[in-house]
Design a protein around this ligand. Structure first.
Ligand code: NAD
Ligand code: DAO
Ligand code: ZN
Length: 376
């Protein structure tokens, strides 16, 4: 406790270069902070997007990673809700329970530390990582591609110790996002028809959420047909490949409207493509269809549709981290997994040691993995 730790981390020195495994120094946690030994981390698109240099908020050098699981190694002054030895999931959306957002009961977007988090800093405006004498920035307030990381107390969720961290680390982003988008943002109702665009980990988790809500028909849409098998496993009842299965002269939304007697009750965009976002809205049923945007589109892009689509009762929504309040509600998602009511193990396509983390990025780009889990 109280000492600088030297450990391994995958450092992103600059955009568009592979991550580099380095010895880094991690400072002890300051007031209101905790230092966590990360045991496992998933690899997600946002890590790759920032690494690619397209993210205008990307700051280098940094330590990426936001889908982790670990054990609290030490705590800073005044920390009361987290103990040494606690198992935790780092949170890129914290929950302070005091800001206007946290108090609202209408959103999970806690904003207490949003500005410093966006700058790659801890809430006091400084950083805790150094490598070769250089300051290394944090990422999404989590930086899980490091054996040790420092997080604000409000940015960790304590989880039950019988939950395997090599699996529940994935609840730190993609799975919770999709499941929550169906269950909490859209609030899919029983007997409804659902369309899911994109069957990666996020879209497949929307399918699980829709099943949990009692949806009757769940249409999975993906241009990569190798995703249909897992689609079935996670609850999709039918599939469309937009490149092959749409009749000539029609677009995907017209086709879906045709086969669903006027459109779906709920749709979800889980790709991050603004054209698909339009299709997802327009395949919704007149009068009540709700479309939820979950995919993160490239910076600067815009969505469009004819306003008549909304005038006639379709609703456009969006969701971050599935609308889940991160410290108070994530443990309930963990319980769901432990009660075998939420699949998680099935997403782990590959596991890699930290030394092979770039391979995890590679298989993700090739569309071969739902999730890779990196261990330290
Ligand atoms: P993924 O790449 O594993 O899945 C995307 C799927 O979409 C792939 O299977 C791909 O084949 C398919 N696809 C691509 N273009 C298509 C098209 N035109 N039509 C149909 N299918 C197409 O990604 P993922 O990990 O599941 O994440 C999905 C999206 O969700 C990403 O944009 C990610 O950044 C975003 N995301 C958002 C949040 C949030 O809180 N809102 C959280 C996590 C991830
Ligand atoms: O509060 O302004 C804010 C932003 C909160 C972060 C929302 C992130 C949603 C997308 C995450 C992408 C996947 C990691
Ligand atoms: Zn808050």
């Amino acid at each position: 406790e109280g000492k600088v730790i030297t450990c391994k981390a995958a450092v992103a020195w600059e955009a568009n270069k592979p991550l580099s495994i380095e010895e880094i120094e991690v400072e002890p946690p300051k007031k209101g902070e905790v230092r966590v030994k990360i045991l496992y981390t998933g690899v997600c698109h946002t890590d790759s997007y920032t690494l690619s240099g397209q993210d205008p908020e990307g700051i280098f050098p940094c330590i990426l990673g936001h889908e982790g699981g670990g054990v609290v190694e030490s705590i800073g002054e005044g920390v009361e809700t987290v103990k040494v030895g606690d198992h935790v999931i780092p949170l890129y959306i914290p929950e302070c329970k005091e800001c206007k957002f946290c108090k609202s009961n209408k959103t999970n977007l806690c904003s207490l530390i949003r500005i410093t988090q966006g700058r790659g800093q801890m809430p006091d405006g400084t950083t805790r990582f150094k490598c070769k004498g250089k300051e290394i920035f944090h990422f999404m307030g989590t930086s899980t591609f490091s054996e040790y990381t420092v997080l604000p107390e409000i940015s960790v969720c304590v989880v039950r110790k019988d939950a395997p961290l090599d699996k529940v680390c994935l609840l730190g982003c993609g799975i919770t996002t999709g499941f929550g988008a169906a269950k909490f943002t859209a609030k899919v109702d029983e007997g409804s028809t659902v369309a899911i665009f994109g069957l990666g980990a996020v879209g497949l988790s929307v399918a699980q959420g829709a099943v949990d809500c009692g949806a009757k028909r769940i249409i999975g849409i993906d241009t990569n047909e190798s995703k249909f098998e897992s689609g079935k496993l996670f609850g999709c009842t039918e599939f469309i490949n937009p490149l092959k299965d749409v009749p000539a002269g029609k677009n995907i939304q017209q086709h879906i409207v045709d086969i669903t007697d006027g459109g779906v009750d709920y749709s979800f965009e889980c790709i991050g493509n603004v054209n698909v976002m339009r299709s997802a809205l327009e395949c919704c049923h007149k009068g009540w269809g709700v479309s939820t945007i979950v995919g993160v589109a490239p910076a600067g892009t815009e969505i469009s549709t004819r306003p008549f689509q909304l005038v006639t009762g379709r609703v456009w929504k969006g969701s971050a981290f599935g609308g889940v309040k991160s410290r108070s509600q994530l443990p309930l998602i963990v319980d769901k997994y432990m009660d075998k009511k939420l699949k998680v193990d099935e997403y782990v396509t590959f596991t890699y040691p930290l030394s092979e983390i770039n391979e995890a990025f590679h298989v993700m780009h090739e569309g071969k993995s739902l999730r890779s889990v990196v261990h330290f």
